[in-house]
Design a protein. Structure first.
Length: 259
């Protein structure tokens, strides 16, 4: 039985990395006259570093125009990250980031079946509030039983801290929960916390899979080509389908990747 569904945000609830954060970072660079821009390909490489501020600091190591000292780099990263979040909120407010197919319907399934929904992410709280407020209205917070963001878990994924915090907020054990992730770091974090994982492939993470992956597919709203297969005739991946996959968590080979 699933008592709580735990959603990652970036790439999972919405394609926020490609269509939101990357655009916002480049606008922040322009605001401050910083003489570099991230291409879509370069941003994909930088996503191996978890956390926006951490990503900036990592990239500065390869930028000749970056400040020389650690303190100056940290100050620049903080300023850029703050501006990026402001631009991101404007993109969301303008309707630039739709929920991924099937996400909204699955959250409605949870409400109808008294299954808690949580957000477990390493992005900033302001980014989460902007996205959820846009899609679920001013009372969005009532839909989510737990909300774990970057400030709540300083050790970023693949460290399991964010998931441990979520379990404490929910007052549930790992076997009661199911996580939905898109990235290798997110998968590793949830599994390290003992939580089974469903992977929805995203633009920047089209190949995520590994031990403990109960199922993997293109999107919750696209039932074809899931491994293991969804029920015949399914219109989308619903809560009942997730429960069937979750029931296999203690099977001898509980991995869609056979890892």
């Amino acid at each position: 039985m699933i008592r709580a569904l735990l959603f990652d945000v970036d790439g999972t609830l919405a394609e926020t990395e490609r269509d939101g954060h990357l655009v916002a970072f480049n606008r922040a660079f322009a605001d401050l006259g910083v003489p570099w821009r991230w291409s879509a390909a370069r941003y994909g490489e930088l996503l191996k570093v978890t956390g926006g501020r951490e990503r900036l600091l990592f990239d500065m190591q390869a930028q000749r125009e970056a400040p020389a000292g650690a303190a100056a780099r940290a100050a620049l990263a903080a300023r850029l990250h703050g501006l990026k979040n402001e631009h991101y909120a404007r993109i969301v407010e303008a309707g630039g980031l739709a929920l991924r197919p099937g996400v909204g319907e699955l959250i409605e399934d949870c409400a109808a079946n008294h299954v808690a929904v949580a957000v477990v992410t390493t992005t900033s709280r302001s980014n989460v509030e902007a996205l959820l407020g846009r899609h679920f209205g001013p009372q969005w917070r009532a839909r989510f039983a737990a909300l774990v963001c970057a400030a709540d878990a300083p050790r970023k994924k693949p460290d399991p801290e964010a998931y441990h915090v979520a379990l404490r907020q929910l007052r549930l054990g790992a076997p009661d929960c199911l996580a939905i992730e898109d990235s290798p770091a997110g998968l590793a974090a949830a599994r390290a916390a003992g939580i089974g994982v469903i992977v929805t492939r995203s633009h920047y993470f089209p190949d995520t899979c590994g031990p403990g992956t109960l199922a993997v597919g293109d999107a919750l709203g696209e039932p074809a080509a899931w491994d293991p297969p969804a029920a015949p005739g399914a219109a989308r991946i619903d809560l009942a389908q997730l429960a069937r996959w979750h029931s296999a968590i203690n099977a001898p080979v509980a991995s869609a990747c056979h890892g």
